[in-house]
Write a protein that binds this ligand. Structure first.
Ligand code: FES
Ligand code: FE2
Length: 413
């Protein structure tokens, strides 16, 4: 049982524009709170509709530590459930993807329809009701071919995100795409340190020379290039192509298409496309990158030739998994139109560099000497936005539980 008054006390200690008090990055109770208050109540991006290509397809993943499964039924409709057997709670589908006419629990073979109904349970007594033992559903949203899952009873409103963001994403034709590669990187650090790192590029010029080749690492959160007219020219060119670029944003999401560095057309090692068949053929493959990010856990960069998804999955107070997926046009043939090594080189390299930074950050934060210092407003604006959102969402949860924080929590509007 989490001591919510203690969490409220920790939140009250946060100073405006700074990181969080140490215990929120280290403590098992704070981790449990985060799962309930943050991951238990947010939309989590789990992948792409094309990962469930046919009736019977399923994809098992997690919301933080909790197993969930997305299915496609025989009518083609998508569903999402807690991937937890209604018999004695075994995880039904192993993590990953598959296809089967029904879902069968590996323990005692209880068998579920792809729409969640319990179809079969052997040797149960005559009074046993299958109707009362279907899978527990979770909310599922499809935003332009990207799947979001929420385990809350009442999920946050996703309609504005859908309405405002889908026009930006549509040119990337996610219905004609495929996941070319995915991997999981283990980081020995708290998920919020991984997220703070992912939300700023203050560290990029020195830590990520490869990323700095194509990504404008010195810009502000909203790509204000100052005197440099590049973004203005880029905006005019995108307007002439009829491509909306934003920025658009809501409380927990934001999206913008921005220009890459001079001469770069993709976020790759040399800034050049690595896939011959583009996802988005407009503008001769020179479309900068569409970046969208969602709290609490991820971002995506979509260039004309491929798309990269980054998702932070909390596992324990000091363990976080980074799930990465690379998406290309469905007709692109591996070894002919692209090779995986070139496709994944930049983000693999960047993720490994970030892992070292984040684990190193955790070691310092673990020290009793740690005091959260101020973020750079200019270079870490999105990290502040993340921590503010975290505090606001945490406080909303505490309010709902009737627990008051001592004084105002910074980040709460
Ligand atoms: S726990 Fe699933 S069938 Fe027994
Ligand atoms: Fe980084």
């Amino acid at each position: 049982m989490v001591d919510l008054h203690r969490i409220a006390g920790l939140l009250s200690q946060r100073e405006a524009g700074c990181g969080l008090p140490r215990d929120l990055y280290t403590d098992p109770e704070a981790f449990e709170f985060d799962m309930a208050a943050i991951f238990g109540r947010s939309w989590i991006m789990v992948g792409f509709e094309v990962e469930l290509p046919r009736p019977g397809s399923w994809m098992a993943t997690t919301i933080g530590p909790w197993p969930v499964v997305v299915t496609r039924d025989r009518h083609g409709d998508l569903h999402a459930f807690h991937n937890v057997c209604r018999h004695r709670g075994a995880r039904i589908c192993a993590p990953g993807k598959g296809a089967s006419p029904r879902l069968v629990c590996p323990y005692h073979r209880w068998t579920y329809e792809l729409w969640g109904d319990l179809a079969h349970a052997a040797r149960m007594p005559s009074g046993f009701s299958r109707d009362e033992h279907g899978l527990f559903p979770v909310h599922l949203a499809n935003v332009g071919g990207v799947l979001y899952v929420c385990v809350a009873e009442t999920p946050p409103d996703i309609s504005a995100f859908k309405r405002e963001f889908e026009p930006l994403l549509a040119p990337h034709r996610l219905s004609d795409a495929k996941v070319a590669f995915e991997n999981v990187l283990v980081e020995r650090a708290n998920w919020k340190l991984a997220m703070e790192n992912a939300r700023e590029c203050y560290h990029c010029p020195t830590a990520h020379p490869e990323l700095a080749q194509s990504f404008p690492v010195g810009v502000t959160a909203h790509f204000d290039f100052g005197e440099d007219k590049r973004q203005e020219l880029f905006e005019a060119r995108m307007a002439s192509l009829g491509l909306p670029i934003g920025p658009v944003e809501g409380d927990w999401w934001q999206a913008v298409r921005f220009t890459l560095n001079e001469g770069c057309r993709s976020m790759t090692m040399d800034g050049q496309p690595v896939v011959k068949i583009p996802m988005c053929p407009a503008g001769d493959g020179d479309l900068g990158s569409l970046r969208w990010s969602v709290e609490p856990h991820g971002f995506v960069h979509a260039a004309a030739d491929h798309l990269f998804m980054f998702s932070v999955v909390p596992v324990s107070p000091r363990e976080t998994h980074i799930v990465s997926k690379w998406v290309v046009h469905k007709d692109a043939v591996e070894g002919v139109d692209y090779n995986v090594e070139d496709l994944i080189a930049l983000w693999n390299c960047t993720n490994l560099q970030d892992r070292d930074l984040v684990e190193n950050n955790q070691m310092g934060v673990d020290s009793p000497a740690f005091r959260p210092g101020p973020f750079s407003q200019e270079a870490e604006g999105l990290a502040i936005r993340f921590v503010d959102w975290y505090c606001r969402t945490a406080q909303a949860y505490l309010d709902g539980e009737g627990v008051t924080t001592k004084g105002p929590v910074h980040g709460v509007r």
